[in-house]
Design a protein around this ligand. Sequence first.
Ligand code: ZN
Length: 212
Amino acid sequence: TQEPDPTPAPREKAVALTFDDGPSRENTGKILDVLKKYGAHATFFVLGDRARVDGDLLKQELEAGCEIGSHSWNHPQLSKISWSDVKSQVSRTDNIVKKMTDGYQIKLLRPPYGAISDTMRKKLKKPMILWNVDTLDWKTRDAKKVFKKVKKEVKDGDIILMHDIHAETAEAIKQVVPWLVEQGYDILSVSELAERNGKKLKAGEAYCDGKK
Ligand code: ZN
């Protein structure tokens, strides 16, 4: 474990960066290098099935001051499977992350495809985190387009969706992070953004942004 960095004064605006579908041996480390360089944080919504193989990357995420969230075990549409299967997707991912990180407890879930059922809203013991800036990085696979989309859409309190499994996303981050800093944004994890804005994240509720 490392000593926490001294906390600088908050800047005027803040966003949360989020990365789904990892960890990725090829790209997660590159993204962490950029985040560390600029004192930025993010939430990595990991798949249990990948965390199982690349658990050392989870530790690197935590060492960089980032948050780990759940993106299910292997990316099913949770609204279309039975509640017992949903529970298993969530608990297996919680457990493998806990094991690979010597005890880290996942608090947040990002349901794959943003798909949420009424049962999940009633019974799930985690807040569900959606997004309001979709970079479409998985679709365009183009660093310039990802950067352009962020520049065009981002506002104070937003949650930005990206995927740390793509090389183009790791490339885009080299532009996105310094640009956000230059625009006066603090770059935070989802939990940090919510806390900064006095927003309480409740189990079974879905959130698209980190505004109060
Ligand atoms: Zn996904």
